[in-house]
Write a protein that binds this ligand. Sequence first.
Ligand SMILES: C[S@@+](CC[C@H](N)C(=O)[O-])C[C@H]1O[C@@H](n2cnc3c(N)ncnc32)[C@H](O)[C@@H]1O
Length: 187
Amino acid sequence: MSTEVVFFILSVAILFVTSISILVTTLATGSPPTPSGPSLRREIVAMIAFADPSEGVIYDLGSGWGGLAKAVARANPERSVIGIERSFIPWALAAVSNRLFGPGNLLFRRADFSQQDLTDAAVAICYLSGDTLRDLAPGLEQRLPPGCALISATFAWPGRKPVAKATAKDLFNSPVYLYRIALDESQ
Ligand SMILES: C[S@@+](CC[C@H](N)C(=O)[O-])C[C@H]1O[C@@H](n2cnc3c(N)ncnc32)[C@H](O)[C@@H]1O
């Protein structure tokens, strides 16, 4: 068999396995690993500055290929940023790229964020589908500490009134909402 044929078969096999892996996780989570666009990222970064977290970790809950978490970590070099992602291929590429190119204040965990300890969170960012948000919002609220800033891109958080709202200059004028976990909410 020639090198070209081996290369072709390998490429098709990698593409097939990658597609199946992403499809299976998307069916399980209800959120495909669609990356946020540059304008949406800019609004999220600005919203973090507006929320003015004093201390604590910034989480990207469902970090996909890692682009948003990377932009947030670069804009906040003095803070720890953690991206949590369930889908193996996006997580693996984000983790390898971060290992090679940094930034050093960013970490990617492969996990289901609804099962993670988030008690050190100062900011939690969600760019999830509406259905995923509806399913996971009540459980997530219980995991976040009082005072934590909750930023939801595109979809409003069910049952909460935002304390601020911004609009990305993208094709859909995507909204970015800021919420605050109240001091009297139990964990
Ligand atoms: C729309 S993408 C957002 C990617 C990234 N935050 C960005 O802005 O570029 C949503 C991601 O959330 C992930 N996700 C959904 N539910 C999850 C869960 N329970 N735990 C971990 N990741 C989850 C999906 O696999 C998907 O990659």
